[in-house]
Ligand binder design. Structure first.
Ligand SMILES: N[C@@H](CCC(=O)N[C@@H](CS)C(=O)NCC(=O)O)C(=O)O
Length: 212
């Protein structure tokens, strides 16, 4: 049985969403963060990388969302929600699978800047670098969504599942919003109205209530 180890308010909600999209049977195991916001000891013990999400599937213990979504789709979903290497949109699919990790890197960099004395040439250089990269990533996102309805092309795929946390949840914690990106706003509206998304967010999204 697939077990999705869900850390409250984290990127692990996307694995619940994927399981709902694929109609996979799974057990959802909730973990609450400590008072300081960090993950609890029983989550840390799951995997050496100490990141959420983690799944267990029989003897397998697996971390890293991008790897998990590809694994579940190919091992248990017959390749659904992926783009095959033979298809023209395959390079787009690969690129957009990484969008989330790129944005998370910038988000953590900005957290680091905000935590220290943010003055002087080095702080300015790093702040400028983050701003330039952020403008590039989001500018390309907006362009892509003017060219195609979904990040991986004509169909909804794991590239969309991977990217949505960045566009919906991260702004709740100070990440960049999408108010100035009309194509992206319409896309988020389209994707977040999918029944599997609505169900997964009710079970494990930022506003979900952990089981007693
Ligand atoms: N690239 C990783 C990022 C994982 C990640 O940073 N997860 C955060 C939750 S959103 C985490 O583990 N935070 C808890 C902590 O570090 O204590 C993935 O997609 O799996």
């Amino acid at each position: 049985m697939l077990i999705i180890h869900h850390l409250g308010v984290s990127q692990s909600d996307r694995i619940v969403w994927l399981a709902e999209e694929l109609g996979l049977p799974y057990q959802l195991k909730w973990y609450r963060r400590q008072e300081n916001g960090l993950m609890p000891a029983d989550y840390l013990a799951l995997h050496p990388a100490s990141t959420a999400p983690v799944i267990t599937d029989g003897d397998l213990v697996m971390a890293e969302s991008t790897a998990i979504v590809e694994y579940l789709c190919h091992r248990h979903g017959g390749g659904r929600l992926t783009v095959h290497p033979d298809q023209p949109d395959y390079p787009h699919y690969l690129y957009w699978l990484q969008f989330n990790n790129n944005i998370m890197g910038l988000f953590l960099g900005r957290m680091g800047l905000n935590a220290g004395p943010a003055t002087g040439p080095e702080a300015e250089r790093v702040a400028g670098l983050i701003a330039r990269r952020e403008a590039g990533y989001y500018g390309y996102l907006e362009k892509r969504l003017g060219d195609a309805p979904y990040l991986g092309g004509a169909e909804f795929t794991c590239a969309d599942i991977m990217s949505m946390f960045t566009l919906t949840s991260l702004p709740l914690f100070g990440g960049r919003g999408i108010e100035d990106l009309p194509n992206t706003q319409a896309y988020v509206q389209r994707v977040t109205s999918r029944p599997a998304y609505v169900k997964a967010m009710a079970l494990a999204g930022p506003a979900a209530t952990p089981p007693a």
